[in-house]
Design a protein around this ligand. Structure first.
Ligand SMILES: O=C[C@H](O)COP(=O)(O)O
Length: 251
């Protein structure tokens, strides 16, 4: 499982750099503009320059409206600024067809500019609270649009978490459908160390985290700390080893 960490600024990204050996993807976002809030192009550029070249930089394009042209142009802005993982939160899409429209535009805009960039179609585990597409529709939306991964995060950061809205069984189904489509499955949403066992067992490819690696577990007032990133990684590795041992013992 890959570890994606979401700093909100160049300063926090520099703290991520101190823990670079423990993480896989640095994800630039602006949490005060929403769950997948988009940061400024110059912040993405500065973070790309600060992060070791072998670590991909991701950028969120926002909790986007159903405006395919607007979103495609914003996604191009993120990749031009140096991000190679482009994450789009399909906040304003109420049907799978709308979400596919948006993501097709994003995929074309991003890959015309940079064919090796990685496009992530993100829905929300708490979709029922905001009226957007059902979480289990995401794998097919990602497949039909030519995206590389399907993701779930939470839209409302009020202390509730991924599994409060989508059960571990439903998350397993999300991962299964995503893998059946030949894509990567990413899960986030106030994920904590205690969730890593389930996330590992169901085959999650990427786990996205912010709050769990911030001081006091507070994604808004706490700052990302390198030692918390390292500790989170240690637990991920432990679960990976235990899972491999259990699978081997059962076979
Ligand atoms: O992409 C991942 C998000 O930044 C998750 O943030 P969170 O762990 O605070 O919900």
């Amino acid at each position: 499982m890959l570890l994606l960490i979401s700093p909100d600024s160049v300063e926090e990204a520099l703290d991520c750099v101190k823990a670079a050996e423990h993480l896989d993807i640095v994800d630039v976002k602006k949490p005060d503009e929403g769950s997948l809030g988009a940061n400024f192009p110059w912040v993405i550029r500065e973070i790309r320059d600060a992060v070791p070249a072998d670590k991909p930089v991701s950028a969120t394009v926002g909790d986007v409206p159903y405006k395919p042209g607007t979103v495609a142009q914003a996604a191009l802005g993120a990749v031009v600024s140096g991000a190679t993982y482009i994450k789009v939160g399909l906040y304003g899409c109420t049907t799978p067809d709308q979400a596919v429209d948006v993501m097709r535009g994003v995929v074309r805009a991003v890959k015309d500019y940079r064919p090796d960039a990685f496009v992530v179609a993100s829905g929300y585990a708490d979709a029922h609270r905001i009226g957007c597409v059902n979480p289990l529709a995401l794998p097919d939306i990602a497949l039909r649009s030519g995206s590389d991964a399907a993701m779930l995060d939470t839209a409302v950061k009020d202390g509730t978490a991924l599994f409060d809205h989508v059960s571990p069984e439903a998350c397993a189904e999300f991962v299964r459908r995503t893998h059946e489509a030949g894509l990567l499955a990413a899960l986030a949403g106030s994920v904590k160390v205690g969730d890593l066992g389930v996330l590992t067992r169901i085959g999650t490819d990427i786990v996205g985290v912010r709050g769990a690696v911030c001081e006091r577990g507070d994604r808004n007032t706490g700052r990302i700390r390198p030692q918390l990133v390292a500790a989170f990684r240690t637990e991920m590795d432990r679960h990976a080893r235990e899972h491999t041992a259990a699978v081997t013992a059962a076979s």
